[in-house]
Design a protein around this ligand. Structure first.
Ligand SMILES: [Zn+2]
Length: 678
């Protein structure tokens, strides 16, 4: 499970869509499928803060990180492979087109008017590992014409067949061709018209469903559905023995992992690597499970921590086949200690929860789930996350535990003028004028607290009536699409409810009750601006986290704890100038507390009708069409924060020197894409 509850939900609006299809099922999608327009500008996020993180490592840790990032780099090719059958070819053409020696010719082929759009398309494609945004919609070229894409293919991939050429041109320029990466619905309807390469082309959702139900098709996390010679569906696991580039890639990854083993920080970490090597050789999920167990048991002991493999099933409509991802993260020991201290207070938070004692958890005396606060050193995934909580195997979570990985902003980021400007622009659009400066100043503290509380206290809290959920079925999956929205908001509401709790002073997060109250108030202010910003970026309330936010915000409005006011606080409010403001902070706290109780009650007793009614009444999806929401969307159209960013390429040389490549503009980094994305 990945989390979006960090400041990255501001920077990366595209990542916020990735769960949207969960929330779609309870209501019809609001509009017909259209591609996502490309942003007009795209920021290159500096990779130089990573150098500061790198320099904190010991020589041995550097060796370890080097080999792990080599493994990650090798696996990147799977992202493209899984997103679309033509994505690897397109990647090759794009990286070639921007190579130093070809840049002038590419500009000539594309033309001066279309080039700015084309380079943004290429940056998004390479950064996201394929043609699709994580909202499950493709990006589209508008100024760059089909004949220019054909000319580009002739120049850089002259052997491309006619059929492939037609497909690639349509994928990049045709507004109705394979708009989605995967079907939205759990029935897989329309699978054959989507781009995904987790299923061989031509296979229909219906036949997959039937084969799964009959038991003739067995899927695993690491397989791809193909049609066998006799027409039957198969899902062969991908291993080092797989033919072609899959076997080659996995053998490269294994080689790097074996090199890394020598530098493992702990016995558990070494065992994690050994199990991963076994897994890639055998394809056996038991080896992957073993690796996950070692990873959880390693807790926060290794400064260089990693996760690699086929992990999350968000991109499969069946929710069975996983997508590739890899992370190398550097643990911040000091902040991780705060997280640990917070986890140790879980029982006392639980005692203060606004629900019946019979739904309160009793934690073991020494309870402290591993939670690491990390710098993401290398993130290779089809979308960026604010953190993750793994493994996804329920029995391991129950019997061994799970580990929280929470992403920290890179050192110095709060002082980076470019990032500050980004947030100022966002707050100028969505916050009352008198709150902009205080919110900017407290932003990092506010988010760190919300993320910590959301992950460690929120998700960890509460129990449920086991009779209502037979056979150890996880309540969230049993509650269906609204279950995710409920659970995400439950965690947020726990964070908001306890934002100024004296326990946070005990843990050392605040120095005194004045600071606690100040940060609580600013968190409430910020939560409202964040909601408007997300509304503008997502253009829908269907994504699970945002659906939950909408429920909370609407409940606060109905209870008059918050109100619409003109940005300047004086003029008459209109849809074009209005923002949300807190009327009464204590009332805000009371309302979120009550809502937390309601959501817990629904979850605990599996009140499906109440869940359905609550979201229909207080978080309606069609509210996105109302005048206020459309005005918010317009206001966010050109915000830099909504455009997202691409990473400045970097590398570590074999003699362990960290080095950034290119500068701050897309054109200056583009010549390095060939080395970075292949
Ligand atoms: Zn969450």
């Amino acid at each position: 499970m990945k989390s979006f509850s960090s400041k990255f939900r501001f920077l990366l609006f595209v990542s916020l869509f990735s769960l949207s299809y969960f929330a779609m099922a309870d209501n019809k999608p609001v509009s017909k499928l259209t591609p996502i327009p490309l942003p007009k500008t795209l920021r290159v996020e500096s990779s130089s803060p990573l150098a500061l993180v790198w320099e904190t490592l010991t020589e041995k840790e550097k060796h370890l990180a080097y080999h792990l990032t080599q493994a990650g780099q090798a696996g990147r090719t799977f992202l493209f492979y899984e997103s679309h059958p033509a994505a690897l070819k397109i990647r090759d053409v794009l990286t070639k087109a921007f190579a130093k020696k070809n840049l002038a010719q590419t500009k000539q082929i594309i033309g001066a008017d279309a080039f700015p759009e084309f380079i943004i398309y290429a940056a998004k494609f390479l950064d996201g590992g394929g043609p699709y945004a994580s909202s499950n919609r493709k990006y589209i070229l508008k100024t760059t014409t089909p004949d220019k894409i054909s000319a580009l293919l002739n120049a850089y991939a002259p052997k491309t067949s006619k059929a492939d050429q037609t497909e690639i041109v349509a994928l990049l320029t045709d507004v109705s061709y394979q708009v989605q990466q995967h079907p939205d619905g759990a029935d897989g309807a329309g699978l054959e018209d989507t781009g995904t390469n987790l299923y061989q082309k031509g296979i229909r959702g219906e036949e997959v469903r039937q084969a799964v139900d009959k038991g003739t098709l067995n899927t695993t996390l690491n397989c791809r559905v193909e049609r066998g010679k006799d027409g039957q569906l198969l899902c062969p696991a991908q291993t080092t023995n797989s033919p072609g580039f899959i076997g080659v890639t996995l053998r490269n990854i294994v080689k790097s992992l074996k090199s890394a083993e020598k530098y493992a920080s702990t016995a558990h970490q070494r065992a994690q690597m050994e199990a991963m090597v076994k897994y890639f050789n055998s394809g056996n999920i038991d080896d992957f499970r073993a690796a996950n167990i070692e990873w959880v048991q390693d807790r926060a002991a290794s400064v260089v921590d990693f996760m690699i493999g086929w992990v999350e099933v968000y991109e499969d409509w069946l929710a069975r086949i996983a997508s590739w991802e890899s992370y190398v993260q550097i643990v911040d020991r000091k902040i991780s200690l705060t997280a640990e201290a917070l986890a140790k207070k879980a029982q006392r938070f639980e005692d203060g929860m606004p629900y019946d004692t019979k739904y309160k958890k009793t934690f073991p005396k020494d309870y402290s789930p591993p939670a690491i606060m990390v710098y993401y050193f290398q993130e290779i995934s089809s979308f960026r996350s604010g953190g993750y909580n793994l493994p996804n195997f329920d029995d391991i979570r129950r019997d061994v535990g799970a580990k929280n990985v929470i992403r920290l902003p890179l050192p110095g980021e709060d002082k980076d003028p470019e990032i500050k400007a980004l947030y100022r622009e966002m707050l100028e659009a969505f916050a009352p004028a008198n709150k902009i400066d205080p919110e900017l100043e407290a932003r990092e503290k506010v988010w760190q607290n919300i993320v910590l509380m959301h992950e460690i206290i929120g998700h960890g809290s509460g129990t449920y009536n086991q009779e209502k959920y037979p056979n150890n079925v996880d309540p969230i999956s049993a509650l269906g699409s609204l279950g995710s929205a409920l659970e995400e908001e439950r965690a947020d509401l726990a964070a908001l409810t306890f934002m100024s709790d004296p326990l946070l002073i005990e843990v050392g997060i605040y120095s005194n009750s004045d600071e606690a109250k100040k940060i609580r108030d600013l968190s409430y202010d910020y939560y409202l601006a964040d909601f408007l910003r997300r509304t503008s970026g997502q253009r829908t309330f269907s994504e699970s986290h945002q659906r939950g936010h909408w429920l909370a915000v609407n409940t606060l409005l109905k209870n008059k704890a918050i109100e619409w006011i003109a940005k300047d606080g004086k003029s008459k409010a209109t849809v074009d100038n209005q923002v949300l403001a807190v009327k009464d902070y204590d009332k805000f706290q009371q309302v979120v507390r009550n809502l937390l109780g309601t959501l817990q009650d629904i979850k605990a007793e599996r009140k499906e009708k109440a869940l359905q009614d609550l979201f229909t009444d207080d978080a309606p999806l069609d509210a996105i069409n109302s005048a206020w929401a459309q005005a918010i969307i317009r206001r966010g159209e050109d915000l830099k924060i909504n455009a997202g960013y691409v990473e400045q390429p970097w590398r570590i040389s074999p003699n362990l020197k960290y080095q950034t490549l290119g500068g701050k503009t897309l054109e200056s980094v583009a010549p390095f894409w060939e080395a970075y994305y292949r």
